[in-house]
Design a protein around this ligand. Structure first.
Ligand code: ZN
Length: 142
C-alpha cells in the first residue's frame, strides 16, 4: 500500500517536474551524469547571502533520477548552503538505510526511501544530490 503511494509520488514528479528549465542568471551551472543508467541532470542555482534563492534543472533519464531532481529543487529553495549540505547527508543516509529526512517541503522525499531496495537505482536517486554538492563546492571555490 505504502509502496503504491510512493510510486505515485515519484511518477507525479517525473511527469510534472517542478522547477524545470534553465536559469538565465544562475550563479552555478553544473552537469552531472550517471553513465550506468544514462541519466543526466544540469542544475542551475541562484545563490545570495549564503542562501539558495532559486533552483532549476534540465536533463533526462529514468523516472527515479528525474523525480529525485524535481523533489530536490523543491526542497532546497530558501535553504542556506550549510542546510542544503546537511540535507544531502540525510538523503545519502536514507539510501544507506537511515531515517527519512523530515521538515518543511521534505514530505515527498520519503518516496525515495523504497529505492534503496534496488541498489542499482540508488545512483539514479542520488545523482541530483551529488550534482548539488558539486555546485555548492564550486560556488565556494573548494
Ligand atoms: Zn536512472
Amino acid at each position: 500500500m505504502l509502496d503504491e503511494l510512493y510510486r505515485e509520488i515519484i511518477l507525479d514528479h517525473y511527469r510534472n517536474p517542478r522547477n524545470r528549465g534553465e536559469l538565465a542568471d544562475a550563479d552555478t551551472k553544473v552537469r552531472g551524469n550517471n553513465p550506468i543508467c544514462g541519466d543526466e541532470v544540469t542544475l542551475y542555482l541562484k545563490i545570495a547571502d549564503g542562501k539558495i534563492d532559486a533552483a532549476r534543472s534540465t536533463g533526462n533519464g529514468c523516472s527515479i533520477s528525474q523525480a529525485s531532481t524535481s523533489m530536490m529543487t523543491q526542497a532546497i529553495v530558501g535553504r542556506s548552503l550549510d542546510d542544503a549540505l546537511a540535507l544531502i547527508g540525510e538523503v545519502e543516509g536514507m539510501m544507506r538505510g537511515g531515517g527519512v529526512p523530515e521538515g518543511p517541503d521534505l514530505d515527498d522525499l520519503a518516496a525515495l526511501e523504497g529505492v534503496r531496495k534496488f541498489p542499482s537505482r540508488v545512483k539514479c536517486a542520488l545523482l541530483p544530490w551529488e550534482t548539488l554538492k558539486q555546485s555548492i563546492q564550486e560556488y565556494r571555490g573548494t
